[in-house]
Design a protein around this ligand. Structure first.
Ligand code: ARG
Length: 268
């Protein structure tokens, strides 16, 4: 994670960002801290990367790369404003014992790549390219399923789809389930998701619109926005334990819970 010490909205690269609206950096830090504390309370280890002045979007660490088994596929950002974040994250990965695969194609890391069991779901349409999906499968040698996003409000895969059972290995793979917002995807992608995940939670447009899917799950506890009331009820009905954390200030930059979180999958 990255403390939003330099958080502000000074440019527009997604429909949520409006530089004319004031931001409250202290409030962003307080809200972020509740997420950090929640992870620790749930028993997770959280590593921090130092925020760099002039890179206000660095708080959205999900975009910093994609890691499996100690290997980090670096990010190559679509927009100039975020390009310097790519090398900053790669330096951090190297300094912390991860092997770095330098990216050739534009990709925004775990914002668009989500590991579900032993399959990688990969988004394109706004940020990460189809070429990056090919690069991803070459690097990790795992099946990559490309999905196309069509609604500019949901420009990263993690704004439209959540992994509910992020468990690797026996048992986890078969039962790994997801939640998603059908209308954020084109018809072909909707068909793929319906076929592969018949038991998925389909989230309402209202819950999607408050970034309900930008959430983090350990397979039981699912940290979600308090505004996603319908999704909260759907999760409870399935036996998950929703934990409500409000990151309203960070939503001004177009990000939420998952965006502020990059999973560091080390060597087994
Ligand atoms: N302002 C950032 C951008 O538009 C927000 C990134 C949100 N991150 C995410 N994983 N969806 O790039």
């Amino acid at each position: 994670m990255c403390r939003p010490q330099h958080f502000t909205v000074s440019y527009t690269i997604n429909p949520w960002m409006e530089p004319a609206n004031p931001t409250d950096t202290a409030l962003a830090v307080r809200q972020w801290q509740t997420l950090y504390d929640a992870y620790l309370a749930l028993g997770h280890e959280v590593e921090l990367i130092d925020p760099i002045p002039g890179l206000p979007d660095m708080v959205y660490t999900a975009n910093g790369g994609f890691l499996i088994d100690g290997v980090a596929y670096g990010a190559k950002f679509r927009f100039a404003e975020r390009v310097p974040e790519g090398p900053a994250f790669m330096d951090w990965f190297r300094a912390h014992g991860f092997e770095v695969a330098e990216p050739e194609s534009v990709n925004e890391g775990e914002g668009d790549f989500l590991l579900v069991g032993d399959v990688i779901l990969a988004g394109s349409g706004f940020r990460s390219t189809d070429d990056s999906h090919r690069e991803l499968s070459q690097i990790f040698g795992q099946e990559v399923v490309s999905l196309t996003l069509v609604d500019p409000r949901f420009y990263h895969l993690d704004t439209a789809l959540a992994v509910l059972d992020p468990v690797e290995g026996p048992g986890g793979v078969e039962h790994a389930n997801i939640a998603y917002l059908p209308n954020a995807f084109d018809e072909r992608s909707q068909r793929i998701l319906a076929e592969r995940y018949p038991d998925a939670i389909r989230v309402s447009d209202a819950d999607g619109a408050v970034f309900g899917l930008n959430s983090a799950s350990d397979g039981l506890n699912v940290i979600i926005s308090p505004r996603a009331k319908g999704f909260e009820a759907q999760l409870r009905a399935r036996g998950y334990n929703p934990i409500l954390i409000d990151l309203s200030e960070l939503l001004l930059g177009g990000g939420g819970i998952k965006c502020c979180t990059l999973e560091l999958r080390g060597r087994a």
